[in-house]
Design a protein around this ligand. Structure first.
Ligand code: ADP
Ligand code: ZN
Length: 617
């Protein structure tokens, strides 16, 4: 079964590349001259030395007597001399020997000779080389590293790093506006007021109305929270500060609080402006219900609360914060006068996805008319970021295939890439395995197709994916459902266990291929019992609470251990009866199962239409 958990990708493929701060030319000159000086001091003498030939003292004397030596330099502990043989001048070196007759011999041969006055290296140079230079190099390296790190944090249109580490986006650059945010109409409406306020504060002040100080954007990852915050700044033409909550959490107690102070000080200078704090839950976590308190975070949070209370509502600094875990936030943050407004950013619906697709395809060259609706239907459950990612993936695919326009087919293939990972090239699957996977996938599809009202299958493939999925069945929702009936849930579980059922019925043996199916089926069955009140035994009793609303974390059981045991029994019962049903489907439709599985085995990929055709024969 397809793994439909979409990865969050916060990268904006269309965003301009980060702009690095420009280093001065002088800086480069300094670096180059340091390197040249070093080279001269350390490497050159060595190179010169190499050309000097070392000879023994007796050889020197022989050469001297034969009149080959032309010039001699006597230094502290060595003698350097030149010889000229066959018109070639060579430099030689030999050790100094206490030889009183040397001067006489030299004079006899009429050789030009001199003692060298030992050279004392300039004191400045030596101090420079041994003390100042290392320090300079140290500073330079530190500086480089720092810039690197800052550069990595940077994003489009950013230009100033304050003490707080927040990034400032000036209103003119890389401006986003509401047209860039597709769907999310409710959110836009709620934020419109803030834009109006920033544009015409007088209008509000005249009536005595106060603008909200903080707005909390709540929603799952990738739904465009950062994007909409930028768009608000863009619409209002005000600067935009962006910082992530995790940047406040520092090693040392008190540093985070200082950063908060700096941030508000900076923002105050640029008012009116928007401050965006991403992942506010990292600092705003509820202070109770924690075993170990985190002093640093608490101080940071307190500082944030103080600052928010501190500045007047009409100062023009508006704070937008984003989180995907609203349930863990400290109530003090949500109090009036702080983040008293919440804007929900939900996963886009069918229409929303279509709109997001259009927004992102605007920036891409497209060929034939794109079937927006089809793509939107195939991406049920995807976030805006996923859709943006798919568009980029499709564009990359077009380039790979040497085309300059994106087609609908590119988009379809890119959905699969995002859902199931890229096709695994040259992965080896034995014939036997291929057969099993074919039956497994057809098992899913067959159950789904025979359930009335279940989503039809659009595509089945047994081409292994890099995500590890050996094959998958892609379902497309005809029209999106907001509510799931008990029947729907049971159908879904039956479809999930259908793969394993086919394996067992056909081969009398089961494989590890169903691990992902089992996980999903169990999760859903458990939720039916503990959350949705869909079991006969417990009815509408809540048995589980908490858990992240958006991240799908596990909640806590709120019942006694005995009840918990019974819940397990109930879950088991749902799954095993679904499994029995699925097995029965396989037995009753054995010939179709064989026929379809064989076709899939041959073709490796079959479309929904082909599947239905064979089934209807
Ligand atoms: P969040 O902050 O909620 O995690 P982001 O704002 O970082 O999500 O969204 C990441 C990217 O996804 C955006 O840069 C944008 O390209 C795309 N995106 C998300 N939602 C939308 C949307 N509603 N309309 C257009 N693009 C969107
Ligand atoms: Zn499966």
């Amino acid at each position: 079964m397809a793994e439909k958990n979409f990865r969050h990708n916060s990268q904006d493929p269309q965003g301009p590349s980060p702009r690095r701060p420009r280093k001065s030319l002088l800086y480069y000159y300094c670096v180059v001259s340091i390197i040249v000086v070093l080279f001269n001091m350390l490497v050159m003498p060595f190179v010169e030395e190499k050309q000097v030939e070392l000879v023994s003292y007796s050889d020197f004397l022989t050469q001297l007597d034969q009149g080959e030596v032309s010039k001699v330099q006597i230094a502290d502990n060595q003698i350097l001399y030149k010889t000229k043989t066959d018109g070639l001048t060579k430099i030689h070196k030999t050790g100094l020997v206490d030889d009183p007759s040397l001067v006489q011999r030299l004079e006899d041969q009429k050789v030009d000779f001199a003692a060298v006055i030992p050279e004392t290296p300039s004191i400045f140079l030596s101090i420079f080389a041994s003390y100042i230079l290392p320090i300079l190099i140290f500073f330079w390296l530190g500086n480089m590293l720092n810039k690197r790190m800052m550069g990595r944090m940077g994003a489009s249109g950013l230009n100033i790093y304050g003490k707080s580490g927040a990034k400032l986006y000036k209103p003119e650059e890389g401006e986003k506006n509401f047209a860039d945010v597709a769907g999310q109409e409710e959110a836009k409406e709620s934020l419109q007021e803030i834009i109006d306020y920033l544009n015409q504060p007088e209008k509000f002040q005249k009536v005595g109305a106060q603008c909200p100080k903080g707005v909390l954007l709540v929603g799952p990852p990738g739904t465009g929270k950062t994007l909409i915050a930028k768009a608000v700044a863009g619409e209002a033409h005000v600067p935009f500060y962006s910082i992530s909550g995790s940047e406040f959490v520092e090693m040392f107690v008190g540093r985070g609080a200082a950063k908060v102070r700096d941030l508000f000080e900076e923002a105050g200078k640029h008012a009116p402006c928007i401050v965006f704090i991403d992942e506010i839950d990292t600092i705003g976590k509820s202070r109770d219900n924690q075993m170990a308190t985190n002093d640093e975070r608490e101080q940071t949070l307190n500082q944030l609360l103080t600052e928010m209370d501190g500045f007047g509502a009409n100062k023009g600094v508006i704070i937008l914060a984003a989180t995907n875990r609203p349930e863990v936030l400290d109530p003090a943050l949500l109090r009036p006068g702080r983040f008293d407004r919440q804007v929900r950013m939900e996963l886009p619906d069918l229409q929303g996805r279509e709109d997001i697709l259009k927004v992102h395809l605007r920036r891409v060259q497209t060929a034939d008319p794109i079937d927006y609706n089809l793509i939107a239907r195939m991406t049920s459950g995807a976030s805006g970021a996923d859709v943006a990612n798919m568009v980029n993936e499709a564009a990359l695919r077009a380039v790979r295939h040497g085309r300059d326009k994106v087609t609908t087919e590119d988009l379809v293939e890119s959905i699969e890439t995002v859902i199931a990972g890229a096709q695994k090239k040259n992965s080896i699957m034995s014939d036997e395995e291929k057969k099993i996977v074919s039956y497994h996938e057809i098992g899913h599809a067959l159950v789904a197709a025979l359930q009335k009202g279940a989503a039809p299958v659009t595509k089945i493939t047994i081409i292994p994916r890099t995500s590890g999925a050996l094959g998958y069945t892609m379902q497309v929702e005809e029209n999106e459902k907001v509510l799931m009936s008990r029947r729907d849930a049971l159908n879904q579980i039956e479809t999930l266990v259908g793969g394993r059922a086919a394996e067992e019925v056909v081969f009398g043996e089961i494989t590890t291929g169903a691990a992902n199916d089992i996980e999903k089926a169990t999760q859903l069955a458990k939720q039916m019992v503990t959350r949705y009140g869909m079991s006969d035994k417990f009815g509408m009793m809540q048995l589980e609470s908490g858990g992240s609303q958006y991240l799908g974390g596990q909640g806590q059981m709120t019942c006694s251990p005995e009840t918990s045991y019974q819940v397990d029994q109930e879950v088991l019962q749902i799954i095993s009866s679904s499994y029995d049903k699925a097995k029965q489907v396989m037995i009753d439709n054995r010939d179709k199962l064989d026929q379809l599985a064989d076709h899939l085995y041959q073709a490796e990929t079959i479309t929904g239409e082909e599947f239905m055709e064979i089934l209807a024969q």
